[in-house]
Design a protein around this ligand. Structure first.
Ligand code: MIC
Ligand code: SF4
Length: 637
């Protein structure tokens, strides 16, 4: 049997474990990326590890999330990150240069390489045929130091794209279709490899839309082969030397195959508040819209924004709609400017932002109360836009632009002949906002918002844990540790940030946790889906959360809990989940033995005297981390 592309890249980077066994494997990481909302922690952690310089082939620190500067905090963080990049030997992409994933695709990514990024949408790089994985900042810090990254040997799924995209559909509709079939938890432990004639026809930026939003499947990564499309893209970025062809063997064996018939694809929209709630735009047509946002790391390519501009050209947005353009990179924005497309957008009434995450992470442009906002982004979790009762729909640039004109959700096929945007022969390459690695003697600039890292205590033998809250399925890291313009500036200040833990779903949580001293939380399936922010583990840990009990966990968040020294425990059965109630106290005893062993173990509900059964599914390496009180403690030992 032949090899999948995923296995070929994994085999070339394997440092520990065995492929095909289903257990934990270690891989060497060639490239890393961080952004400013996760980066401050990652470089504080790298500093704590104590190495003078990064040991990867290439590491890049991006500024793109915390770009609203309402106070000194974000600017201070940026100064810290710039000095750390110079000192530790990283490239530094300055504020205004664009979103990490978009810029990395344009300027640094390369087929066959491994990329670890402190952001869940790092798999965007899979559009170039690289194995790109999101993780918490501490895992990135370790990889920057030359340490392996550990993951569960993934199941490789083939997504075969048959046929060709019909007019007015685009890459976004493909991933929305995959999402509605597979769901936000269906990708756990899997890597999605795209193939077939429909995949071959997609350009790299279109592929990157799909691999980017593969994160919403809960998948470890998504990847396309490196072929002629890849060569053309890298050539157009003046980096053809980075190209090499890569493909699975023709007889590669996959764990599962999904077939998507592109000929039958229609323009789709994911309804509030989950990316897998896809519906045809036709079925939703007529729903009044108050805001349309085009951009984010999902749909910010030259093709995407030129398409929107062509649709809006010599037309005016509906008076009830606020149209926001958030370009993903300075490259795209300058090319829009030079081509005159920016003028079409401005004439149509668009509000144009700097190249950054912006509204995608609630950094401005919160919709009005109860508004419907159509966004070309990747996440529509409740409240993430900054407005709790807004309804966010995820759509393609085509559907977004058509709806901005009409003021209601509109199937773009209503507009007649679609615009045809040719891929540029050459992109505009201008890297002056990327600062190369600097002097190892550069002093680190540390503003007053940058507080020391909290570190967990080693695991106690007995834990008495009040269960402060019991939550349902699909709790996101936006629920656990919200982002947005108010909270994001506190990313390097865990004590201040911790006050907002669970604010959207459990009022008063921080005070209750602090009063309890040590405590636990309980939840249903897919706990911790979404963002890679390790603050969703570190801040609860700081408040005293010692264990999270769930029916299942999302991959990155579970790793972040372990790295932070918080026990991720799984209810052994449905009855155990049903039995435990919020407000009860759980007594865990003989914990060293429970963690070292692999069997389910009992926990006592103090109030009722009943026992429930829990398990942990920890690898041997993860057991060591939990016993030590997290990865930093373990590394120091
Ligand atoms: C997101 O899309 O939620 C973010 C903001 O990019 C996060 C990272 C973060 O929380 O800092 C992500 O996806 O990992
Ligand atoms: Fe930024 Fe949004 Fe992409 Fe996250 S998903 S990296 S916030 S644009």
């Amino acid at each position: 049997m032949g090899e999948t592309l995923t296995h070929k890249i994994l085999a070339a980077h394997l440092t520990e474990g065995k492929l095909g066994g289903g257990g934990e494997i270690g891989v060497r990481i060639d490239q890393t990326l961080t952004q400013d909302a996760t980066g401050t922690m990652a470089y504080l952690q790298f500093e704590a590890i104590g190495l003078p310089r990064v040991r990867t082939e290439l590491s890049v620190s991006y500024i793109d999330h915390n770009t609203l500067q309402n106070g000194f905090e974000n600017a201070d963080d940026h100064a810290f990150l710039q000095s750390a990049a110079a000192r530790f030997g990283l490239y530094f992409s300055r504020a205004g240069n664009g979103i990490c994933h978009q810029v990395h695709l344009e300027r640094f990514g390369a087929p066959g390489k491994t990329l670890l990024g402190a952001d869940s949408h790092t798999p965007t790089g899979g559009g170039l045929g690289m194995l790109a994985i999101g993780s918490g900042g501490l895992d990135v810090a370790v990889a920057m130091g030359g340490g392996s990254f550990y993951l569960n040997d993934p199941q490789v799924v083939l997504v075969r794209l048959e046929g060709a995209l019909p007019p007015w559909t685009s890459a976004k509709d493909i991933i929305l279709e995959v999402l509605r079939r597979v769901s936000v938890k269906g990708g756990l432990g899997k890597i999605f490899e795209y193939g077939g004639p429909g995949a071959a026809a997609l350009t790299v930026p279109e592929r990157a839309t799909i691999t980017n939003m593969g994160a919403e499947l809960g998948a470890t990564s998504s990847i396309f082969p490196s072929d002629e499309q890849t060569r053309l893209f890298l050539r157009a970025q003046k980096r053809e030397k980075d190209w090499r062809p890569l493909a699975p063997d023709p007889d590669a064996a996959y764990a599962e195959t999904i077939v998507v018939d592109l000929n039958a694809l229609q323009p789709l929209a994911a309804r509030p508040h989950m990316p897998d709630l896809g519906e045809t735009a036709a079925a939703l047509a007529g729903t009044p819209v108050q805001q349309v946002c085009i951009g984010s790391c999902t749909n910010s390519s030259y093709r995407d924004l030129m398409t929107a501009a062509a649709i809006l050209k010599r037309r005016t947005v509906h008076p009830a709609v606020s149209l926001v353009i958030a370009p993903g990179s300075r490259q795209t924005l300058t090319m829009l400017t030079e081509s005159g497309a920016l003028t079409s957008l401005l004439d149509a009434g668009a509000r144009v932002l700097e190249p950054a995450c912006g509204p995608c992470i609630g950094m401005g442009q919160a919709p009005a109360s109860g508004a419907v906002s159509l966004r070309t982004f990747n996440r529509n979790f409740a409240g993430r836009s900054g407005t709790t009762d807004a309804g966010v729909y995820l759509v393609s640039p085509e559907t977004a632009a058509a709806s901005a004109l009409s003021g209601v959700i509109t199937d773009p096929r209503a507009l007649g002949a679609p615009p045809v945007i040719a891929a540029p022969e050459f992109f505009r390459v201008e890297d002056s906002l990327i600062i190369p690695p600097g002097d190892p003697a550069t002093p680190i600039t540390r503003g007053p918002n940058i507080k020391p890292l909290p570190i967990a205590p080693p695991l106690a033998e007995t834990l008495l844990l009040p269960v402060i809250v019991k939550l349902g399925d699909n709790i996101t890291t936006d629920d656990i540790m919200p982002a947005g313009a108010k909270v994001l500036p506190l990313r390097s200040n865990i004590p201040a940030m911790a006050e907002y833990v669970f604010a959207p779903v459990s009022a008063g949580f921080a005070a209750k946790a602090k009063a309890a001293g040590a405590c636990a939380v309980a939840a249903g399936l897919n706990y911790g889906q979404g963002s890679s922010r390790e603050h969703a583990a570190l801040a609860p840990m700081y408040l005293g959360v010692r264990a999270v009990l769930a029916r299942s966990f999302a991959r990155i968040h579970r790793a972040n809990l372990i790295n932070s020294g918080v026990l991720p425990l799984i209810f052994a059965g449905d009855a155990d989940f049903e039995r435990l109630q919020a407000g009860q106290t759980l007594k865990l005893t003989d914990l060293a033995a429970a963690v070292t062993g692999n069997d389910p173990f009992p926990a006592l509900i103090v109030e009722t005297g009943e026992t429930i059964r829990l398990r942990h599914d920890l690898s041997e390496r993860q057991k060591r981390l939990i016993l030590a009180g997290g990865l930093l403690n373990a590394v120091r030992q």
